[in-house]
Design a protein around this ligand. Structure first.
Ligand code: ADP
Ligand code: ADP
Ligand code: ADP
Length: 214
């Protein structure tokens, strides 16, 4: 299956993607995680991305599309994938269609996670991620690690993302509404969108998502 996950920052995309990718036995591809890994390794790509991420803006398409394409090729798109955080604007959605079409492939579904803005703000305010592996995600209140500040999965140090500050979150929500939401209509026109509520427990949301994708 080839699936795109959309939803505002803090909706729970990364959290759900980890479970869904496991259930569906497909790779989880997160452009945010890829950028953060490049930043921590100090690569040229990371250096290009960093200033945009700090400001809560989208990293330019020239950088993002190439990175996503490379990662999909590495995964072998014929096996399927779960894209988390890509595409994030219409140009990226069109580029993705082109990449798939070149291999005679298509998306199967676009899963849209719906969450009210006040919940998103609470989820982001408590988000803590692991220095070793940014897909290891916790929440100070809703999903606390067994030992404060330490990742349950690998023992890494937990920290708050620099772009999870209140001011940057406001900017990211603005960018989501103006640049990312239009891709939902683009995919609706292709009959691909399934919308679910991302409220409730993590496992409940996963169940809802699995039922919607069935
Ligand atoms: P969240 O899960 O909170 O929405 P992500 O980890 O997906 O955040 O993304 C963090 C930042 O990385 C974004 O604010 C943006 O700067 C950059 N980014 C991630 N994916 C993309 C993309 N597809 N296009 C442009 N920028 C991106
Ligand atoms: P996104 O990738 O969409 O930005 P994350 O998966 O990183 O979102 O989740 C944002 C924060 O909300 C994390 O701290 C995560 O632990 C927490 N979270 C995820 N799903 C839920 C849920 N169903 N209920 C409460 N908190 C959640
Ligand atoms: P209850 O009191 O009904 O048992 P919980 O204590 O399990 O509820 O959850 C309280 C809050 O934490 C809810 O908003 C729920 O969505 C969230 N939550 C529960 N488990 C997780 C998790 N693993 N990651 C993130 N958030 C979670």
């Amino acid at each position: 299956m080839r699936i795109v996950l959309v939803g505002p920052p803090g909706a729970g995309k990364g959290t759900q993607a980890a479970y869904l990718a496991k259930n569906l036995a497909i790779p989880h591809i997160s452009t945010g995680d890829l950028f953060r890994a490049n930043i921590s390794q100090g690569t040229p790509l990371g250096q290009k991305a960093q200033e945009y991420m700090r400001a809560g803006q989208l990293v330019p398409d020239e950088v993002t599309i190439g990175m996503a394409k490379d990662r999909m090729e590495q995964a072998d798109a014929t096996d399927g994938f779960l894209l988390d955080g890509f595409p994030r604007n219409l140009a990226q959605a069109e580029a993705l269609d082109g990449i798939l079409k070149a291999d005679g492939l298509k998306l199967d579904a676009v899963l849209d996670l719906e969450v009210p803005e006040d919940e998103v703000v609470k989820r982001i305010a408590g988000r803590r991620i692991c220095r070793n592996e940014s897909s290891h995600v916790f929440h100070a209140i809703y999903n606390p690690p067994k030992t404060e500040g330490v990742c349950d999965a690998c023992g890494g140090e937990l920290y708050q993302r620099e772009d999870d500050s209140e001011e940057t979150v406001r900017k990211r929500l603005e960018v989501y509404h103006s640049e990312t939401e239009p891709i939902i209509d683009y995919y609706k026109a292709q009959g691909l969108v399934v919308t679910i509520s991302a409220l409730g427990k993590v496992a409940e949301v996963t169940q809802r998502a699995m039922a919607a994708l069935d």
